[in-house]
Design a protein around this ligand. Sequence first.
Ligand SMILES: CC(C)(COP(=O)(O)OP(=O)(O)OC[C@H]1O[C@@H](n2cnc3c(N)ncnc32)[C@H](O)[C@@H]1OP(=O)(O)O)[C@@H](O)C(=O)NCCC(=O)NCCS
Length: 174
Amino acid sequence: MGHWAVKIHQASIDELEELQQISKTTFTETFSAHNSEENMRNYLRDNLSLEKLGEEIKNPESYFYFAEIKDEIIGYLKLNMGAAQNELKENICLEIERIYVLKEYHGLKIGQLLFEKAISIAKSMEMQYIWLGVWEKNERAIAFYTKNEFKVVGHHLFKLGDDIQTDYLMKLIL
Ligand SMILES: CC(C)(COP(=O)(O)OP(=O)(O)OC[C@H]1O[C@@H](n2cnc3c(N)ncnc32)[C@H](O)[C@@H]1OP(=O)(O)O)[C@@H](O)C(=O)NCCC(=O)NCCS
C-alpha cells in the first residue's frame, strides 16, 4: 500500500447518497461488459435506488462499511445476519452480500482489507461460518474467495433484469 492510509468505517444513513454512488459505479464497472444496457439500467433503478438502499442501511441486521483513501470512498462491504440474509437465515452464519472496490484500485489488497473486516465481525459475533453468492463467470472474485479458503458448496439463481444467472454459493468455516 506504500504510504496510503486506507480507512474502514461503518456507513450510516447520513451517507446514503455516497452509498448509492459507490454501489452504482462498482456494479456498472463489474457487470456492464457482460449484460445488456437495459438489464443494467433496470437493475440500477430497482435494486440500487435511494429507497431500496435506505431500507437496507436501516435494517438492524445489515451492515455497510466503506473503504476510504483520504476522503474518497473507493470500496464497500455489505454484511447480512439473521433474517436479512438472502438464504440460510440462520444465526450461526453471516452473509457477505457485496464486496466491491473501484476498478482503478483493484489488486491493492483493499478487497482483502474489507474481507478481513467481515472475518473479524463474524468472529466477534461467534459465527460458525461466512457464506456468499458469486456469479459463476466472475473469475476474479472467485479467485479472490478461493485464495481466502472459501469452498463452493452449491449454487443459486440471481436475476439481472430478464437474465437468470447462476451464482455459486461459497462457504468459509471459521
Ligand atoms: C473481488 C475484489 C473485491 C477483490 O478486491 P482487490 O482489492 O482487488 O483484492 P486483492 O488485491 O486483495 O486481491 C486480488 C486477487 O484477485 C485475484 N485476481 C486479481 N487479478 C485477477 C485477474 N485478472 N483474474 C483473476 N483473478 C485475479 C487474485 O486472486 C488476486 O490475489 P493476489 O493478488 O494474491 O494474486 C475486487 O476485485 C472487486 O471489487 N471486483 C469487482 C466487484 C466484484 O466482483 N465483487 C464481488 C461480487 S460477488
